[in-house]
Design a protein around this ligand. Sequence first.
Ligand SMILES: [Zn+2]
Length: 259
Amino acid sequence: MEEKPKERANLIITCMDRRLNEALELRERNEMANTGMPTIVLRNAGGDVSNLKDSIREALLHYDVREARVAVHNDCGAMNDIANRKQGKAEKDRERDMTAMKYVAKNPEDLCKENLAVQQKTLTELVASLSPNTTVIADSLDVLHVPHPNGERKAAIILDSPERPYTHYSELASMLHTDTNNVYVIQYTGKDNMLPDISLIPKALGVKDITIFSTDKTRIKATELFEGINRQAFAPEINLRLMELVQQPARQNRVKLKG
Ligand SMILES: [Zn+2]
């Protein structure tokens, strides 16, 4: 049987930082309007490529990705956490301590620069073995101009499928009754272990409200993750819930205007 040609898509690996939501959503909507290409966004603490490698592999197998972008940003909470670990100021955490050991820099600014180089290298190696025609682009984004809205900071863990990447963060925020700039978004295909990154949310960011969103394809994994978080020591202090992800309209069903 002949294989169907893969649909083209953009791929972005970036941080869970709430201040990236609006820019990512705008980029996805513009790309879709201008080129018809979906953007698969995968996010975790610091845009750590190695912790997202199974999801990246899945996206590269599913789509024809010509450009894979890794984007870090200034004032990154994940890098501040590493800086604190380097200076012995953070609570012991096996996974986060191991991540910190991979970095040489000690202050947050230098760590952000080092992080970009580390993630670019890791993504280049991963892409070379899976999808040699994909070009890796590295970006550093400025988030300091993003306003600090009032209201409680929340976290959304999205267990996505590469067929339906979710980037409409403003709708997600309204489901959580808060501002788009108040939501930290961790996003993956359900294949990687994200518990170490999720543990940062209450510990390093002080966020006490976590919602896990699943699609029909990722529901079982979402339940496992929910139970995994419940078993963590921080569980009693956080408000944890499980929700269905509201599907974006299927691309093939986009309405055509009648002339
Ligand atoms: Zn960050």
